[in-house]
Design a protein around this ligand. Structure first.
Ligand code: TZP
Ligand code: MG
Length: 211
């Protein structure tokens, strides 16, 4: 499910039409979706909840896991498939206790954070930014795919998605360095044709999967 993980909110989509973009991305072959509604132009309150419910439904009918960024209450209310938290969000161990068997993803930047996330019950890690990104304004320093090789060399076995500035041309470098999949925002959300953009990542041969 981590092979092609699409992450997006309203502000990531031209015209704010996230439902259309997600439907196209699903048709193009994404394997998971994260609802990350934040930043300038993000929806709040009832509008945010209703959009999330609509997207949850879209994912459910396509069999695509629906993961909520940093909002346990929303994830529980929508019976989401998982929650993703960063290092400055609620502690992963506490989130694990609240969500039970739901998937838990944690952003990690080095071996220390990765080990702690694993001990706290993470099912997978998001590691980045792999490349420069204009999507996350407070993104850390670019790490490059080399950080993935270092995490694997340190013995880390948890599934990992690389994130940050990943394009179809860069995907193989990320999976080749030790990621199980890639997470992308703008390469799909801002593409003129999100269906084709997703398809370019998901077409066999376009990603160098590890065995
Ligand atoms: N976390 C690290 S980089 C990033 C997040 C959420 C944004 C990635 O966006 P893009 O458009 O794929 O570079
Ligand atoms: Mg967060």
């Amino acid at each position: 499910m981590l092979q092609l993980y699409f992450v997006a909110g309203t502000p990531d989509c031209p015209g704010g039409d996230l439902a259309r973009v997600l439907a196209e991305a699903i048709r193009g072959g994404i394997t998971a979706y994260q609802f990350r509604e934040k930043g300038p132009g993000a929806l709040h309150g009832r509008a945010r909840f209703e959009l999330a419910a609509q997207l949850r439904e879209l994912c459910a009918s396509a069999g695509v896991p629906f993961i909520v960024n940093d909002d346990v209450e929303l994830a529980l209310a929508l019976s989401a498939d998982g929650v993703h938290v960063g290092q400055t969000d609620a502690p992963a161990a506490e989130v694990r206790r609240r969500i039970g068997a739901m998937l838990l993803g944690v952003s990690a930047h080095d071996a220390g954070e990765a080990r702690r996330a694993a001990a706290d019950g993470a099912d997978y890690l998001g590691v980045g930014p792999m490349y420069p990104t204009a999507t996350k304004l407070d993104a850390r320093t670019v790490q490059g795919p080399g950080v993935l090789s270092r995490l694997r060399e340190s013995g880390l076995m948890l599934p990992i998605v690389g994130i940050g500035g990943i394009t179809a041309a860069r995907a193989a470098a990320v999976t080749g360095a030790g990621a199980d999949g890639i997470a992308v925002v703008s390469a799909i959300s801002r593409a003129a044709d999100p269906f084709r953009a997703a398809q370019q990542f998901s077409t066999p041969g376009s990603l160098a999967y590890r065995d």
